[in-house]
Design a protein around this ligand. Sequence first.
Ligand SMILES: NC(=O)c1ccc[n+]([C@@H]2O[C@H](COP(=O)([O-])OP(=O)(O)OC[C@H]3O[C@@H](n4cnc5c(N)ncnc54)[C@H](OP(=O)(O)O)[C@@H]3O)[C@@H](O)[C@H]2O)c1
Length: 254
Amino acid sequence: MRALFDLSGRTALVTGGGRGIGLAMARAFAAHGARVVIAGRNEKTLSEALPSLASHDRGHVAHPVDVADADSVRALHARLGSEDVHVDILVNNAGIDPHYAALEKTDPKDWDQIIQTNLAGVMHCCRTFGASMIEGGGGSIINISSIAGHVGLKRQVPYCASKGGVEQLTRSLALDWAEHGIRVNAIAFGFVETDLTRSILSHPQLGEMLRSRTPLGRAARADEVAGAAVFLASEASSYVTGHSLCVDGGWTAS
Ligand SMILES: NC(=O)c1ccc[n+]([C@@H]2O[C@H](COP(=O)([O-])OP(=O)(O)OC[C@H]3O[C@@H](n4cnc5c(N)ncnc54)[C@H](OP(=O)(O)O)[C@@H]3O)[C@@H](O)[C@H]2O)c1
């Protein structure tokens, strides 16, 4: 059974892999035998994160990318190609949630920024790296969604819309690319302790409200949610596609 989760000989690209949940997934992939590429906007963050993968040294690399920019995604793809790095596990993890406000107080520029990163960014990476997976005969794509893709959250219209879009992109693309041996799944996280949630989880009332609303009664650590990505990347999930796996402490069960 252990072999089912083995990622030896596979190469995983994790966007937003320099910190937070992305780095936790990158570490889990490396620990299960994969070569890992971490990518994000901030090169300093990436270069500080890379050594944490080194205990499983297989030539892991870190490269800059802005997933909201199709040219930047194409440049990353070309750079990896020139280094003979061929991605067969793509984790579309890069995401932002900078804005908590009712829609009437939301600047359309904030909407654009969130949709461009969280939804169009997933599309750019799927198009660019998926084309190589089609040529290569298969792969696994994991799109990082949220409970916000399954249920509404107050004052989070752009974020919920972006993650709802990721959910539907995932299902539709799974249908299109099943014939190419590419599985496309999503993971919908609940509240996980990262830079993204630091201010809300440490807020006395909001943090307590979110913990009490979560059946397991707490937010998750990033390292304890990374196993879901190993499952969806590996042969353990060979018959799973078009699925959204809720890793949310029970939030969407109620
Ligand atoms: N934390 C939670 O409770 C939670 C819950 C549900 C879903 N999620 C989702 O999980 C994913 C990771 O979240 P997190 O909590 O780990 O957030 P985080 O700690 O804020 O990390 C976000 C990552 O995305 C990268 N990123 C942001 N915009 C980017 C862009 N345009 N191009 C490339 N990389 C970009 C960041 O790197 P740079 O700044 O260096 O670019 C960073 O590595 C997101 O999609 C988020 O929506 C998180």
